[in-house]
Ligand binder design. Structure first.
Ligand code: MEV
Length: 327
């Protein structure tokens, strides 16, 4: 039998604290029920391959050099996989299959999900046990290498699952109860580039520290207020805080015409709040709705853009359907 390992990890949606989390401010994010899955099999050839039916690409890999030869399609997310392989693979020949039911660049953490699943599958394939804590740390290292700057938020949420509060000290605290409110995620076909957006905010912060530092620390305060509101399930307050956070994200210049269009469409059709989720510059928005308005909001967004139905999910990384640490 061919040696084989399979791992999967969820995407995420950020409710509070994108961008400010890069500067150690607290944030709140939840894993969603859309995942990346990575299957690794011993290769019968004298080379390694990576293919994705979901993303429509196929490549021959040179894992030692971190390069690839294209057979078919556009391998959008491959830099994360190559970086992980450079660190955690012994360069034996393998066939890798990537499944992804999240759009790339949608702000829903596809790169973190792919990275966490890849590292988890590689560790299992090589029989190297790893704890969730270490896995999140290694995945964060890959995101930093590829993006230049990255907070540990996406990879922590993808590894651990659930709705979490990330403190200034980088400790994650899971909320016991899921938020009892319907959300709609709207996304444009204009993909966001996280690295580019993070660099844009860094540039602003470097050039106007006296103006931008207070904006970033206010975003952190909003996340702290939101933690209390979520614990009380105080939906009106959560909504106010989301809208406030959106105003500040707009001020940081990560909004786009399409994101704004969705935000105002959602608000005008009964959403209690609507904001960018993730890095912006394209990608997605998240709208907090009432049960009575959720369909209205989704239908209105769908006229010009698209929605994805996601639910928060408690399930983090899984290896051969088990939770790590795994042996
Ligand atoms: C991207 O999902 C969230 C950002 O805060 C970047 C990061 O935390 O690495 C924009």
């Amino acid at each position: 039998m061919r040696k084989m390992s399979v791992a999967s990890a969820p995407g995420k949606t950020i409710l509070f604290g994108e961008h400010s989390v890069v500067y150690d401010e607290p944030a709140i994010a939840g894993a969603v029920n859309k995942r990346a899955s990575v299957k690794i099999q011993e290769s019968l050839n004298n080379y390694s391959t990576l293919k994705s039916y979901d993303l429509g690409f196929e490549v021959i890999l040179n894992t030692r050099r971190g390069t690839y030869k294209l057979v078919k399609g556009k391998p959008g997310i491959i830099r994360y996989i190559l970086n992980a392989m450079g660190k955690f693979h012994d360069h034996s020949n393998i066939d890798m299959t990537l499944g992804l039911n999240l759009p790339i660049g949608s702000g829903l953490g596809s790169s973190a999900a792919v990275t966490v699943a890849t590292i988890a599958a590689l560790h299992d394939y090589h029989g190297v046990p790893i704890t969730k804590e270490k896995l999140a740390e290694e995945a964060h290292g890959v995101e930093q290498d590829v993006q230049g700057i990255a907070s540990p938020l996406d990879t922590l949420v993808s590894t651990n699952g659930g709705l979490v509060y990330l403190s200034r000290e980088k400790r994650i605290v899971r909320f016991d109860k899921p938020l009892d409110a319907p959300f709609v995620i709207g996304f444009t076909n204009k993909y966001g580039n996280t690295g580019k957006m993070v660099k844009h905010v860094r540039h602003l912060k470097d050039n106007y520290p006296e103006l931008i530092n207070p904006v970033i620390s206010t975003m952190g305060k909003i996340a702290n207020e939101a933690r209390i509101a979520i614990l009380k399930n105080d939906i009106d307050r959560i909504a106010d805080l989301m809208n406030l956070n959106q105003g500040l994200l707009d001020g940081l210049g990560v909004n786009t015409y399409e994101l704004s269009r969705m935000i105002y469409t959602a608000r005008e059709n009964g959403a209690l709040a609507s904001k960018i989720t993730g890095s912006g510059g394209g990608g997605s928005i998240i709208s907090l709705c009432k049960n009575s308005t959720v369909d209205n909001v989704a239908n209105a967004i769908n006229k010009e853009d698209s929605t994805i139905k996601v639910k928060f999910s408690g399930e983090g990384v899984l290896v051969n359907r088990r939770s790590p640490p795994f042996n």
